[in-house]
Design a binder for this molecule. Structure first.
Ligand code: SF4
Length: 283
């Protein structure tokens, strides 16, 4: 994208939460500009920035939510982030300024910056540049990713990320396909091994969906794999919820979990127990 000469923001960058439905914030951007933006990272596409998150890494976090994702997880609570053009076009300098505003407070509160999505590595050049800038501001940096495009980051770029929060959807290719609609998860497992060899800290996330991901053998295999890496500091079992349901309906998407209830506290405790039994610090 050529350097924007006028303010590119179609709406307020700061969102109340990622659960706000945001559509078509950069619709109409010329295709060539979009391709150039993705290639250089001069401009990123963001659903929103949110402040004050206590659930996206250690301490209090500012979170930038990117748009675009290659998966179609049946439990996704932010399907409006699947489409790049639903994000606002944000020049890298604007993103860095946004972080600079909060940098002092985040450091005082021992928090930091998390890049999430969507899938942030769909915009890997923007992601790498924003994370490096955050590091330059002295912030603790984290990325929440499904890991599929991790090879787009060099080892030096990974070193700018203090914490990788890896969302694993399953262990076997069949289960991965059942949950995400995508064929192959070997690159995700490879990413875990790469982080282990680089000794980079990881958190693991696993969304517990009754009837979909509460498969004992899958959880045991994910847990054993994660434990074998030796760098997973924490495992979070996230109970499925219906906060994203209205987005699926508003977007006329086929939501197969409309009748699925959140897991019971006992089911969550059982899942936590499986990960703990593998030797992980799970909650
Ligand atoms: S990887 Fe994340 S953003 Fe993408 S479809 Fe799955 S849950 Fe949604």
């Amino acid at each position: 994208m050529s350097a924007p000469s006028s303010p590119p923001l179609a709406g307020p960058l700061e969102g109340k939460s990622p659960f706000e439905l945001r559509l078509d914030q950069s619709a109409g951007a010329p295709e060539l500009d979009v391709r150039s933006a993705l290639a250089t990272g001069d401009v990123g596409f963001l659903h929103s920035f949110t402040t004050g998150s206590a659930v996206d890494g250690p301490g209090v976090r500012v979170v930038a939510w990117t748009t675009s994702c290659m998966f179609r997880c049946r439990f996704c609570h932010n399907p409006d982030t699947w489409t790049l053009s639903n994000g606002m076009a944000v020049p890298i300098a604007v993103g860095v300024e946004e972080l600079r505003k909060y940098a002092h407070g985040l450091k005082v509160m021992k928090g930091g910056f998390t890049l999430s999505g969507g899938e942030p590595l769909m915009q890997h050049r923007f992601a790498a540049r924003l994370l490096r800038a955050a590091k330059g501001l002295g912030l603790h940096t984290a990325i929440e990713t499904n890991g599929l495009y991790s090879e787009k980051l060099s080892d030096a770029e990974l070193a700018d990320i203090d914490l990788v929060i890896l969302d694993m959807k399953g262990f076997t290719p069949a289960q991965h396909r059942r949950v995400t609609g995508a064929e192959d998860n070997s690159r995700i497992l490879e990413f875990g091994r790469r982080l282990a060899s680089l000794k980079r800290p990881m958190w693991l996330r696993y969304v517990l969906v009754p009837g979909l991901t509460d498969v004992l053998e899958e959880m045991q295999q994910v847990a054993a794999f994660a434990a074998s890496l030796g760098v997973v500091e924490r495992t979070e079992i996230l109970p499925f919820h219906q906060m994203g349901r209205y987005k699926w309906e508003r977007l006329s998407l086929d939501y197969t979990l409309a009748d699925t209830a959140p897991p019971s506290p006992e089911a969550v405790a059982d899942a936590v127990g499986i990960f703990r039994a593998a030797g992980l610090n799970a909650d």
